[in-house]
Design a protein around this ligand. Structure first.
Ligand code: SAM
Length: 471
């Protein structure tokens, strides 16, 4: 029986409820009266339920789809302004005991080069990342209790935070590791991680079990209930995601929103972020084997609908997507993107991808400086801000900031100050020129006069080589 408040995976992601939802959506896909009323509701920033959202996803009427896109753009502007937060993944180890059939790290893959970074190697990776200008990382590792135990992950996080190379610093480490115990989540919290990210891969239990035939990840309930354990362990910023391409996208979309509703119902706070990875070619993996791939148009529609259905949740897009696709979906509500990513273990310090250890092919191969100047060219402010969790604004406190529209007095000046740091320390001449002009213009968009004044003073301080200011 469907129950969003239940702590049992099969009850808060109830299969029958998803099937009923899809049937309801099919029945109402041409019910324009209902669809218009849903768009009106969404425009009031109240969010939409999984059933309502699924009707919009099923709708094929061009003019209404355009309205969905326009609304997504509007909500993005209202809540998130024109800032895009930058991050990079850091692969620590690709040892893995699971059998995930879509992932090149799967245990049976004997031709991938297995690697686990030593603390010294992590230091080199972090220096390379700092030298590009990154301040925020997402660490990634395969699941392997012997090679990658929680102690290794914690030690690595400490190493990452400890490195201060020139003016560089990693100020926020998000973590994408396999589902684990409450006790381990508590350790991650104590190690001061930002968001705990775990992709569900698919919400369809039967497919999930087939796609994860062996290893601890085979356990659907343990995986699906991970966010509840993370929250019990004190982590209140969690990031959801499904790997699009594995199952029917309409099923996944409903499941994703049900998961968000569950977190809100039980913990009083929805997911901090939602990621939208699509399956990619990789060593030993041919994405065409999976028949549920979605085209760019459907992908864009999903992004737009996530934006209007959960307006307070950040949306992340990785370099799995090309520059063109990224440009399209950034407009529709994405708030964080990765730049200059390497998905191989040790890929930053090595500077190449020669070694066969990467997780998937990267579509966007540009440098961070190129991504930063591109974002500014298309009207966005690249932000290296990491202030929220450092100021204790996690979970519902971040949501409150968002709901009270204080982002313009907080995230906006933080974006300008961290962009200024990037311009001073890492940018090319062209990027610097565009950036300085942009900062001057954007200062006027800080509503609170006191904050604006203080921000101006800090910008001068940054020119005098002081760092790390935040509101
Ligand atoms: N091992 C961890 C776990 O079990 O959740 C997470 C780390 S894994 C390095 C990060 C994510 O990459 C996975 O959750 C999966 O969704 C995604 N991934 C795996 N294979 C992929 C592929 N071929 N193309 C795109 N994404 C892939």
């Amino acid at each position: 029986m469907y129950n969003p408040k239940s702590l049992k995976a099969e009850e808060f992601i109830d299969h029958q409820e998803i099937l009923d939802t899809l049937e309801y959506a099919d029945k109402n896909k041409d019910n324009f009266e209902l669809i218009d009323s849903l768009l009106e509701k969404a425009a009031k920033l109240k969010g939409l339920t999984h059933r309502e959202a699924s009707v919009l996803l099923a709708c094929e009427d061009e003019s209404r789809i355009k309205k969905m896109y326009d609304l997504a753009e509007q909500i993005k502007k209202d809540f998130y302004g024109n800032r895009i937060v930058m991050f990079a993944p850091l692969y620590l180890s690709n040892y893995c005991v699971n059998g995930c059939v879509y992932c090149p790290y799967h245990l049976k893959n004997k031709h991938i080069c297995r690697k686990k970074l030593t603390q010294e190697e992590i230091k080199n990776e972090v220096i390379a990342l700092q030298d590009m200008g990154h301040k925020r990382l997402a660490i990634e590792a395969g699941e392997d209790p012997v090679n990658n135990p929680i102690e290794y992950i914690i030690e690595s996080i400490k190493t990452i935070y400890s490195i201060k190379h020139k003016n560089g610093a990693i100020r926020r480490v998000n973590v994408n590791i396999a589902a684990t115990t409450v006790e381990n989540y508590r350790k991650l919290k104590e190690a001061e991680i930002g968001t705990y990210i775990l992709f569900q891969e698919t919400y369809h239990k039967e497919s999930y079990e087939k796609l994860h035939p062996t290893g601890p990840k085979h356990n659907y309930a343990y995986h699906t209930e991970a966010m509840d354990r993370a929250m019990e362990g004190g982590i209140d910023d969690v990031g959801l995601g499904v790997l699009f391409g594995l199952e029917l996208y309409r099923y996944e979309f409903a499941g994703l929103l049900m998961h968000a509703e569950h977190l809100e119902a039980v913990h009083g706070v929805g997911p901090h972020t939602i990621s939208v990875p699509r399956i990619k070619r990789a060593d030993d993996i041919d994405p065409d084997v999976f028949d549920n791939g979605i085209d760019d148009e459907t992908f864009a529609k999903i992004c737009a609908l996530i934006r209007i259905c959960v307006p307070y949740t950040g949306m992340i897009i990785s370099t799995r997507e090309s520059k063109e696709v990224r440009e399209k979906v950034i407009r529709l509500g994405v708030s964080q993107i990765s730049g200059a990513s390497r998905t191989s273990v040790g890929g930053y310090a090595e500077g190449g991808e020669e070694e066969n250890s990467q997780q998937f092919d990267v579509s966007d191969q540009r440098t961070l400086d190129e991504v930063v100047s591109w974002l500014m060219d298309i009207g966005y402010i690249p932000s290296f801000c990491t202030a929220c969790y450092r100021e204790g604004r996690t979970g519902d406190r971040f949501m409150t900031l968002c709901k009270n529209r204080q982002i313009q007095n907080c995230c906006h000046p933080n974006a300008l100050m961290t962009l200024k740091e990037f311009l001073m320390d890492y940018a090319s001449d062209r990027t610097k020129q565009i950036g300085e002009k942009l900062i001057l213009q954007e200062l006027d968009n800080i509503p609170n006069e006191k904050v604006r004044q203080l921000c101006k003073e800090h910008l001068v301080d940054i020119e005098h080589n002081k760092r790390d200011f935040r509101f």
